[in-house]
Design a protein around this ligand. Structure first.
Ligand code: 13P
Length: 255
């Protein structure tokens, strides 16, 4: 249950489960059966699950009839053509995706995605009417040398520079400090709130309405404290989204 959320009453809370490259058909079916059973009826918070692409349809079939929505973890910047192994935004839309995660730090770091590519993916997603969840965040070295806001500002500006900041009207931003992802270290409420406020300020008027999620070792034990902050509108979960009980506790904390 939310407390002290008067300043963001106009923003619906959102919890997104990024399964990353985990699961298989049987485990997914078991997880989704529990999540769907635990998330019946009407809710004030939105819930999205992002399975690996081969399981999108399988996941859609299991969540249909519930209010849980479908998202993908990545998208090609291209619309069509000779791009072996890539999946287009239109294909994701055909598979009933509503959201797509863009610029996750694992893709920036491990697949070498640049700010420019991330901006192109963002545009490709919106062209297919998908809602991009743009991930931004600093490394531990950048946090230690105090450049974290510059880094995050540049990640946002790379999108604004291509298409203007207005595109954030139909987007979600996720602040995921790299040092907090999968490490068990969570940003303190003060650290998260500072960055979320900064992101809003960067986006001007749209900053008032854009949903900004926090991601990085969110668990049921710290979710409520994070969600109580005025500028945090929900969470992007990794590990916690693979455990139905834990996932549902966090969704309920946002509800
Ligand atoms: P963890 O919740 O496992 O730290 O992962 C966060 C994340 O990367 C979600 O996209």
């Amino acid at each position: 249950m939310l407390l002290n959320k008067t300043s963001n009453a106009k923003r619906r809370q959102l919890v997104v489960g990024n399964w990353k490259m985990n699961g298989n058909q049987q485990l997914n079916a078991e997880l989704l059966a529990k999540v769907v059973a635990g998330w019946q009826g009407e809710h004030r918070a939105d819930v999205v699950v992002c399975p690996p692409s081969p399981y999108l349809l399988h996941t859609f079939e299991r969540i249909s009839g519930s209010s849980i929505q479908l998202g993908a973890q990545n998208v090609s910047q291209y619309e069509v053509g000779a791009y072996t192994g890539e999946v287009s935004a239109q294909m994701l839309a055909e598979l009933h995706c509503k959201f797509v995660i863009i610029g996750h730090n694992e893709r920036r770091r491990l697949q070498g995605e640049t700010d420019e590519q991330v901006a192109q993916k963002f545009i490709a997603a919106q062209r297919a009417n998908l809602i991009p969840i743009l991930c931004v965040g600093e490394s531990s070295a950048q946090r230690e040398n105090g450049s974290h806001l510059d880094v995050i500002g540049a990640q946002l500006q790379s999108v604004c520079a291509h298409v203007g900041c207005d595109v954030f009207k139909q987007a979600v931003v996720a602040y995921e400090p790299v040092w907090a992802v999968g490490t068990g270290k969570t940003a303190t409420p003060q650290q998260a709130e500072e960055v979320h406020c900064f992101i809003r300020a960067q986006l001007g008027e749209i900053g008032e309405t854009v949903r900004i999620l926090y991601g990085g070792s969110v668990k049921s034990s710290n979710a409520e404290q994070l969600f109580a902050l005025p500028d945090i509108d929900g969470a992007l979960l990794g590990g916690a989204s693979l455990d139905a009980e834990e996932f549902l506790k966090i969704c309920k904390a946002a509800d």
